[in-house]
Structure formats: C-alpha cells, structure tokens
Ligand binder design. Structure first.
Ligand SMILES: Cc1cc2nc3c(=O)[nH]c(=O)nc-3n(C[C@H](O)[C@H](O)[C@H](O)COP(=O)(O)OP(=O)(O)OC[C@H]3O[C@@H](n4cnc5c(N)ncnc54)[C@H](O)[C@@H]3O)c2cc1C
Length: 396
C-alpha cells in the first residue's frame, strides 16, 4: 500500500495533523494501536480557551465538563495565593470526547483511520517504508512522509535514533465524587513529600473532581503518592471528602524542550517531539500546534517533492521555533527553577510572591501557553529575582 502521509498514533497531535493534511487534499492514513480512539484516557483535559481556538477544533458542548477562571497555589508549608478573574480562561474537557471529535474532523476531511494497528519498523529509502502489525499480520506501507505522533515513548523516534526529551514525569490521577472545591478554580499543591519534582492538583470537572499527582525521581510509583496526598495532605484532605473513585488513570509526559523533531521523510509532533509545556506538563495545545505546522510542512514537501532533512529544518523546525520556541524555553526555565528549589526555599519564594502580588501579574498575563510576557514582567520584580538567584545558580 502507498499513501502520501502516514500518521503513527491517533492521539490529538496525530489526528490534528491528519485532519490538516487531508484538508490540503493529500491522502493520509492514521494508524492507532488501541481498539478505540480516546481510550485509554491519560489526561486531565485542562486546555486554555485561546489554545483551543488556535487548534480550530469544533468542540461539542457536551465535551466541556468545566470552566476554569483562576488558579490557587499552595506551597509545601501551606503558604497560598490565588490568581482569579471573572473571565473564562480554560475548559476542563472530556478527553475521550475531544479525541473522538478530532477523529471525526479528520475523517470528514478525508483521512483514513485504522485501529488495532501498530508501527513496529521503519526504513527510509526512496520512500518511508513502515512495517505495520495488525492481528498478528504484518504489512509494509510506503509513505512519502511519516508524521510520528506516537506519544512520549515514541517508537518512531527510537527506531531512527532521534533524541527526544528524557526528563519524564509519571502521573496518576483519579476522579472522585464530592470533593469540596469551588467549581471554577484549579488548585496546585507543591512539596517533595507529596509530589517530588512536580506538583499535585485538584480540578473541578462537572459532577466529579480530578485529583492528580505528578512525580519525577520519586521513591515510589505515582499511585502511592496520589493515595497519600488524598489521605494525608493537611489542606487537600479536607476537600477530598468522597472516597468513591469514579475513574483512575496514569501516564507520563516529557518536561523538557524538544530536541530532534525531524529527519529525512519524518516529522515528530506532540509528546513524541517533546512539544509539552515543561512547567505544567500540558501538551495538547502545544502538541496540536506542532501537528498543524508539521501538516503544512508535509504538504509542502509533497508539492515540491523534497523530503530531505534540510527541507524540514527550513520548513518545520524554523516554523515551530518561531511559533513556540521562546515560549517552550520559558516553560523549561520555570521547570528548572522549581526542580532546583528545596521545600523551604519554595515556601520563602511563595511569601515573596504574595508580598509582591505576583497573582495580579498572573491575571494580567493569563495565557499559560505563552508565558514569555508574564516571565519578562516577573523579572522586573527585583526581590523575587534576587531570591531565586540566592537559592539557585541560574542566570536570569
Ligand atoms: C495524568 C495526565 C494528565 C494530563 N493532563 C493534561 C492536561 O490537563 N492538559 C494538557 O494539555 N495535557 C495534559 N497531559 C498531557 C497530554 O495528555 C499529552 O500531552 C497529550 O496526550 C499528547 O498528545 P499526543 O497526540 O502527542 O500523544 P498521545 O495522546 O500519547 O497519543 C499517542 C497515540 O499513539 C499511539 N501509539 C503509540 N505508539 C504507537 C505505534 N507504534 N503504532 C500505533 N500507534 C501508536 C498511542 O496508543 C496513542 O493513542 C496529561 C498527561 C497525563 C499523563
């Protein structure tokens, strides 16, 4: 079989890439190893409204489970501040419905989607030759371009020996009924005891609440931290009153900037390429943007019959760096700062953040996908910057 573009992975990045390629009028096949799009869910579904607009997804109302207007942040020792405005900032989206909607949009544009099919081999020659396995049978598909959207542990990237971010957070989350959280505020809890090198979160989602924990280099698997957080965190445990767990899921995401994102005839998108906000772990919007840029580059390559690495450096890497590069670097810097701080230092920083009214700055610069402008304003807060410099050796 031959196709113009083969997309490996039917998550949001793969489906958005396929939709855009199909809308350009090229033949595209998506292969997904699971038997159903959107399953299993490995996501809290917190997406900025601005970001969703950039993806041009026709989100059905029933997929929106909640609206977020603010964030509340708790330090390890219990310092807290809140950034809240009356404006709708983000949606909590039912990820399984979101992915299904994307699949529908891709299919309506003309993309073909094949389930229960896995890419297990890849060779680049006069075409990209991808070995697929489905129901115990193997088949080689030839494609002009492969878009690797196969997630954080991308098989395509490893088959080609491409460098992808190694800094990975393992996360576990559970939906519980009857936690006592306001319905439009997301809460983030820091502290090495609860979530080493990341944070724990409470997210209102319609009738239920999502409680999650991200962990990097922890002593135990994330599920252990999650249970401990729900049971013992002095503030969170007051809010998590219900013990009925509606749904549990876990997964991982990269928390470092992208490295290799292309090779001859191959483009990496989404988590596979490391297009995730390293500060928060959110990857659907940035991954979706990378997918749109990759679709454009793939179509141009087909039209100009040029599939070289150099072509993709010019037409993909340059494009994502212009659109996302600076923002992803700021996310990574924020992550490095958080990772370097002890709990005591984080408490001290929270105190300064409260005194310096960093919350107002957050309200003024609410685009969490694009933190550059916020960060530049933060650098004007001398006390805050001096404290960071005192605690860690980073040049700001
Ligand atoms: C607990 C948790 C909570 C999260 N919460 C949020 C959040 O609130 N907001 C946010 O923006 N992000 C969140 N994320 C991150 C977000 O889920 C990812 O960034 C996003 O799913 C990446 O999309 P993707 O399409 O790149 O990859 P994925 O969604 O991982 O999709 C990759 C797909 O490829 C398929 N695949 C893999 N290998 C092969 C193969 N060899 N052949 C065929 N198919 C293959 C997989 O089955 C999968 O369907 C969260 C992640 C976790 C783990």
């Amino acid at each position: 079989m031959h196709v113009d573009v083969l997309v490996v992975g039917g998550g949001p990045a793969g489906l958005i890439a396929a939709r855009d390629v199909a809308r350009h009028g090229h033949e595209v096949l998506v292969i997904e190893e699971h038997p159903e799009i959107g399953e299993p869910v490995q996501c809290s579904g917190l997406f900025s409204i601005r970001g969703l607009k950039r993806l041009e997804v026709n989100l059905p109302k029933r997929a929106i489970a909640g609206v977020i207007r603010g964030g509340r942040f708790f330090s390890p020792g219990g310092e807290k501040f809140e950034a809240y405005s009356k404006l709708d900032r983000a949606y909590v989206v039912e990820r399984r419905l979101f992915d299904k909607e994307l699949a529908k949009e891709a299919a309506m544009a003309g993309a073909r989607i094949t389930l229960k099919t896995k890419a297990i081999g890849l060779r680049i020659a006069d075409k990209a030759k991808v070995v697929l396995e489905s129901g115990g049978k193997r088949e080689v598909v030839e494609a002009e371009v492969v878009i690797a959207a196969d997630g954080v542990r991308s098989r395509v990237a490893s088959l080609l020996g491409l460098k992808t971010p190694r800094k990975i957070v393992a996360a576990a989350q559970v939906e519980v009924e009857s936690a006592r959280v306001e319905d439009d505020v997301a809460e983030l809890y820091f502290g090495r005891e609860w979530a080493p090198n990341f944070y724990a979160w409470l997210l209102p989602k319609g009738e239920v609440y999502e409680v999650g924990v991200g962990v990097r280099q922890g002593k135990y698997p994330p599920r252990v931290y999650l249970e401990r957080f729900m049971r013992e965190h002095p503030i969170a445990k007051q809010k998590i009153t219900g013990r009925s767990q509606v749904e549990y899921n876990m997964g991982g995401f990269p928390v470092a900037s992208p490295q290799d994102t292309f090779a001859e005839r191959v483009l990496l998108v989404g988590d596979a390429g490391g297009f995730v906000k390293a500060s928060t772990g959110g990857g659907v919007i940035t991954g979706g943007i990378s997918a749109r840029l990759a679709a454009k580059a793939a179509c141009l390559a087909i039209e100009e019959k040029n599939f070289s690495s150099q072509f993709f450096r010019e037409n993909y890497e340059k494009a994502w760096k212009a659109e996302l590069g600076r923002e992803l670097e700021v996310h990574e810097l924020i992550r490095k700062i958080f990772d370097s701080l002890s709990d005591e230092e984080l408490d001290a920083l929270f105190k300064i953040a409260i005194e310096e009214d960093i919350a107002s700055l957050m309200v003024q610069y609410p685009d969490t996908d694009r933190p550059y402008d916020f960060f530049m304003q933060l650098l004007e807060k001398e006390r805050f910057v001096r404290a960071i410099e005192r605690f860690i050796s980073l040049e700001l």
